[in-house]
Ligand binder design. Structure first.
Ligand SMILES: [Zn+2]
Length: 70
């Protein structure tokens, strides 16, 4: 199995194996498969899922960065 792309925080991984592509979603210690097919299909699913990610670390960072100094 080869990881083609990893989304923010490693939540979703786009992987290839045996000429097929699939998306793995991090679920606790393991991964669950969310899509499988040709590259265009799996990559599209990966992109859509990755775009829905709301990053708590980003939010925390933003809050820190924009917090008034006084
Ligand atoms: Zn993130």
């Amino acid at each position: 199995m080869r990881v083609v792309a990893t989304s923010c925080c490693g939540e979703y991984e786009l992987c290839s194996e045996g000429g097929q592509y699939f998306v793995l979603r991090a679920a606790g210690d393991s991964h669950e498969e969310t899509a499988r097919g040709r590259f265009a299909q799996a990559a599209h699913v990966w992109e859509v899922l990755a775009a829905q990610h709301s990053c708590t670390e980003d939010e925390a960072l933003r809050r820190r960065r924009w917090r008034p100094t006084r």
